[in-house]
Design a protein around this ligand. Structure first.
Ligand SMILES: [Zn+2]
Length: 158
């Protein structure tokens, strides 16, 4: 059993509130999802810091850390709140998968075939990197289940 706690920075608390996102529902959903797909008999706990980033339109994770940067408005073309929230969840799951690659699967950042510059340019070298491909597949594969758990928490505790 691996329990996740989400620790938003001060600025991020406001961003979560502005976007009607519930921190407790996020940590409930990520804890259930993670334990669905991994096996761990001992109880482990991780505090994941979330920091909103108003300066980029991409989110980020630096290997070896317990911190996820989420861009403030990942889908500026979103036509509805529902769609915006969906894209925020995709970003969160994508960066969470990079956290798993680093902290669960033991991947070191020197095993990535792209540089920070490639990532900023969003070029082919970056997009075709196997860990990047894996993170994109992960977000798509699990977003609906994550949302189901998220809603389950909201329904239960409201
Ligand atoms: Zn990525």
């Amino acid at each position: 059993m691996h329990l996740f706690h989400i620790a938003p920075t001060e600025k991020t608390k406001k961003w979560l509130k502005d976007n009607k996102l519930n921190k407790d529902a996020l940590q409930y959903a990520i804890t259930l999802l993670f334990n669905d797909i991994t096996r761990c008999k001992r109880v482990k706990q991780t505090i994941l810091t979330i920091q909103v980033d108003y300066t980029h339109d991409s989110s980020a994770y630096y290997f070896g850390t317990n911190k996820i940067f989420l861009c403030s408005n990942p889908d500026y073309k979103a036509k509805s709140y529902r769609q915006k929230k969906f894209v925020i969840f995709l970003h969160f799951l994508h960066e969470f998968r990079h956290w798993m690659q680093s902290r669960v699967l033991g991947i070191k950042d020197n095993q990535l075939s792209y540089t920070e510059q490639d990532s900023e340019q969003n070029n082919l070298k970056y997009r075709r990197d196997k860990f990047e491909v894996d993170a994109r597949a992960f977000e798509k594969k699990y977003v609906r289940r994550f949302m189901r758990y998220y809603k389950e928490y909201i329904t239960f505790y409201q």
